[in-house]
Design a protein around this ligand. Sequence first.
Ligand code: NQM
Length: 364
Amino acid sequence: MTRGPEEVPCLLMRGGTSKGAYFLADDLPAEPAARDALLLRIMGSPDPRQIDGLGGAHPLTSKVAVVSPSADPHADVDYLFLQVAVDRAEVSDRQNCGNILAGVGPFAVERGLVAPGEARTAVRIRMVNSGERATAAFPTPGGRVDYTGDAAISGVPGTAAPVLIEFPAGAAPLLPTGRARDEIDGVPVTCVDNGMPTVLIEAAALKVTGYEPPADLEEDAALADRLRRIRLKAGRLMGLGDVSGTTVPKLTLLAPPREGGAVTTRTFIPVRCHPSIGVLGGASVAAGLRIEGSVAEGIARVHPESDRIRIEHPSGFLDIESSLGVTADGTPFPRRTAVVRTARKIFDGSVFPRAAGHPTGGQR
Ligand code: NQM
């Protein structure tokens, strides 16, 4: 069968607590503007319901992975993450996504980019957005990806095969402002980046408990305004420039743990409140908890003898293994970060982009 020009091979996958459309780079236009225009039509953006496309009307279900063989001798594949805005005609490569990363290894095997092992396969991934690397290992009994298993992750019903994701020591500075604590608009914050630029704030400093359901926090207009102003200033302090149109940095409110974990979190990504927490966002929080002088001091309960940090969030918890080192001049850096996610192939076939030339999504 010959494909028409408007038929694009696509694999829809749940990656961790997110869902995205996965493509081989060769199946999309190489030129970024043409690629992004096509992705908007595929996902059904801009439209608050994304009714005419694959998107699920939430930032966590409006995601794209573009995968290709890697020229990096230390990686098997390149993974470019693209956030497709829901109600704006915008596709951004400014952030990475550790949840969608969970599906990249299985996708690479499904598409024949990586030969599977007889029992397990470890895929070395270069994350194009950040230039960092990760390894994802998952079961491939008999040379086929097995998505079934007994690993449960908070925020996803049931169980599935574990995907172990490991991040080696990172090159980027953990503290982009060079300080463990800054003050913005009279609020102490810690700006940290262990894969996702994140601003940590004590929930109580913004007059919330940090235990509210995400929907209640999203309805709080005064909180939204304070967070917006803090984020704009934090973006500049972190060297990210004007972040008014970008999804980074994220903001995480911290409160003492209530379920035996290290800390309770509510994360804004950056407008919607995450129903759980992102992987790299969680990695940044975990690192922030270990940094001397951070705003987590007096809130978080961290055991220095264990690498494991349990981050409580609205739908359960995320366990992260996180260890830091300190350079001779006292600068903290990430030694190793690891996390277990699951992924599931939902659909494999062709997607038919909506017709070009309907940019607004119609009536509201
Ligand atoms: O931080 C949401 C998600 C994410 C990002 C967001 C993520 C990560 O849950 O690695 O996974 O922060 O936009 O998919």
